[in-house]
Design a protein around this ligand. Structure first.
Ligand code: ZN
Length: 277
């Protein structure tokens, strides 16, 4: 449910973005808007999908799910159930934001600037770590299940969050926040980023290069020591380290804070569940 709602809190498509999305859907004859498509795409292919359908291709090269999710969300439910080949083809497109398909007749390039959202269980039966129900999986079954998602793919995912089972009772008294309210905060943070990076040709914190991070993700000495300790304890990759910095920068922007503070670093670390050893 949360995955499906993500497109509702993202900023509206700009005119250029809307044109790009419309063109892609026109290629496969699935432009249902009868004009320019205004909503961000949400794609959730089934786990039996082939690598070709995921990345694009075929005898008459068509855009794949990664391109149909351009400027929107690609949601992979039950990530470890997907074929290894279909997940590995995501790595290139996630880095390059485009896919090239070579055929004898022509070389085609489709854009694929999508947000990947995925879900998985803690183990094959789904109850590992549950306080109420017993997990019947063996440690090796759990390890095999987790290993189906490769380290390099996981390394490209910015946020990992553990979501415990919700008890029926806790639905009462939940304060709901409407998507349109959250969207306002997201738009405000995006605007801060667009203005900050206007002269650098990027739009968001996630696009920061190591050099730009030195300028825009400056840490106090206390924030640095929090991060260093966490880094050593969990033996993180350099990629994880820079992701934490970018997430902290975004949390600070959502708060309208010019500087990254200790609490932003601590919150960013909480969104890196899979880093923990
Ligand atoms: Zn289990």
């Amino acid at each position: 449910m949360m995955a499906k709602r993500i497109v509702t809190i993202l900023p509206d498509l700009s005119f250029e973005e809307a044109l790009e999305v419309t063109k892609i859907y026109s290629i496969i004859g699935k432009n249902e808007a009868q004009g320019i498509m205004r909503t961000r795409p949400f794609r959730n292919p089934h786990h039996t999908i082939s690598a070709v359908s995921m990345a694009g291709g075929g005898a008459f090269p068509k855009p794949g799910e990664v391109s149909l999710a351009h400027h929107g969300v690609l949601f992979l439910d039950e990530l470890p159930e997907f074929k290894h080949s279909s997940l590995e083809v995501l790595r290139g497109p996630m880095e390059d934001r485009k896919v090239s398909i070579s055929r004898v007749q022509a070389n085609l390039t489709y854009p694929c600037n999508f947000m990947l959202v995925a879900s998985m269980n803690p183990c094959p039966c789904g109850y590992f770590g549950d306080k109420e129900r017993e997990c019947k999986c063996t440690p090796s079954q759990i390890q095999n299940y987790k290993n189906r998602v490769s380290g390099p793919l996981l390394d490209r995912i910015d946020l990992h969050i553990e979501v415990p089972n919700v008890k029926f009772k806790s639905f009462e008294n939940t304060k709901e926040e409407l998507s349109c309210k959250i969207k306002e905060r997201v738009e405000k943070a995006r605007k801060i980023q667009q203005e900050r990076y206007a002269e650098y040709g990027i739009y968001t914190n996630s696009e920061l290069t190591p050099k730009l991070m030195e300028e825009f993700c400056v840490l106090s000495s206390s924030s640095k020591s929090i991060l260093e300790k966490y880094f050593q304890k969990n033996k993180l990759s350099a990629r994880s380290y820079s992701k934490i910095l970018k997430i902290a920068r975004t949390i600070a922007d959502l708060e309208g804070s010019e500087n990254i503070k200790d609490k932003h670093i601590l919150e960013a670390i909480r969104y890196r569940f899979m880093d923990k050893r």
